[in-house]
Design a protein around this ligand. Structure first.
Ligand code: UD1
Length: 319
């Protein structure tokens, strides 16, 4: 049995591919290389170059590789871009998933791990976000993830389909320098970018109702997140009735100032401090997962701390 990883040449996908292989699974990758890189696909893993929007590419992947499950990560993930181009996001993320589900139905593929996001929750006003916290996404990106989950649930009523939706919190770090995230779209790489430019990292608001006034997030090491996918795959193999939505986070809140401090310590600039700017519209003060359900249902807990995330991200950045 082979797991088809869509988006397997991307930053998170490449980690998922390696985690599945380490766990003893056969893997194939479907990626259109729009943001992924061929070099991230390990030797010996078949790469089908194509998009999930193309039924012929999916038919090729399913037919040639005895696929019995899909880990679906292919999609667009830039929150700001989704505000500017909402219909593009619906096409890529929602229509892409629809075409994938139809192809899975047609080829008798019954297991799906879906890459969802904490962005589905929007502005959660709770200390720890559980999977039952109401979802009110603030961006088209978050909405495409929530709609995706709902489409999967609806499809699972009409076709044989078991699934695990994984809602990622703030993903960081890398398992090895060459697998590092190459974009600088979120806090840790943006700090590196400022440091390289000789400028202080930017703090978007220090007047939040949090202990140091800056935003709090639940940062999770990408290698831990990848292992959450293998735990989900195992569960789907063991129990074909699975219909599960889980948070992937550590359940630990870390502030922007704490991240800057850790970066300073890792890069040998212990006095590193940020420059405070206005709040970024749409940013919640706090977004921290309850990691209870994923531990209880999948037996998964994150093992790596923020320092390991920053150290590995820095090694990748320097490379
Ligand atoms: C991130 C993801 C989003 C995902 C969500 C899940 C990005 C761009 N966004 O959003 O796709 O769905 O997690 O919860 O990866 N900050 C600064 N200075 C900076 C950059 C950021 O102070 O230069 C602050 C932000 O205001 C926020 C925190 O750092 O409080 C994290 O920001 P960011 O890395 O952009 O992630 P999220 O906005 O949480």
């Amino acid at each position: 049995m082979t797991w088809l990883v869509t988006g397997g040449a991307g930053y998170i996908g490449a980690h998922v591919v390696r985690a599945l292989i380490a766990d003893g699974h056969e893997v194939a990758v479907l990626d259109d290389l729009s943001t992924g890189f061929k070099e991230r696909v390990p030797d010996g893993v078949p790469l089908i170059m194509g998009t999930v929007l193309d039924p012929a590419a999916l038919a090729r992947a399913f037919g040639d590789h005895e696929v019995s499950g899909v880990v679906h990560l292919a999609g667009k993930k830039k929150v700001g871009e989704s505000v500017a181009e909402p219909l593009y996001y619906f096409h890529e993320n929602v229509e892409g998933l629809r075409v994938l589900l139809a192809a899975m139905g047609g080829h008798g593929v019954r297991s799906l791990v879906f890459s969802s996001s904490a962005a589905a929750y929007g502005m959660p006003d709770v200390e720890f976000v559980t999977e039952d916290t109401p979802c009110a996404p603030l961006s088209p990106y978050g909405l495409t993830k929530l709609v995706g989950e709902q489409m999967i649930a609806a499809a699972a009523v009409a076709q044989p389909l078991s699934y695990v939706n994984i809602r990622y919190f703030n993903v960081a770090g890398s398992a090895s320098p060459e697998l590092a995230d190459r974009g600088a779209a979120n806090l840790i790489p943006l700090i590196f970018e400022r440091v390289d430019a000789g400028l202080p990292p930017r703090i978007f608001g220090d007047d939040y109702p949090t202990p140091d006034g800056t935003g709090i997030r639940d940062y999770i090491h990408v290698a831990d997140l990848a292992e959450a996918h293998t735990a989900a795959a195992r569960r789907l193999i063991a129990d074909p009735q699975t219909a599960l939505t889980v948070n992937a986070g550590r359940g630990v809140g870390v502030s922007v100032r704490e991240i800057i401090q850790t970066v300073g310590s890792v890069i040998g600039e212990p006095g590193l401090t940020g420059a405070v700017e206005a709040r970024r519209p749409g940013d919640p003060a706090r977004s921290v997962a309850s990691a209870d359900r994923i531990r209880e249902e999948l037996g998964w807990t994150a093992r790596r701390d923020v320092r390991e995330m920053v150290e590995s991200a820095w090694a990748g950045w320097r490379r």
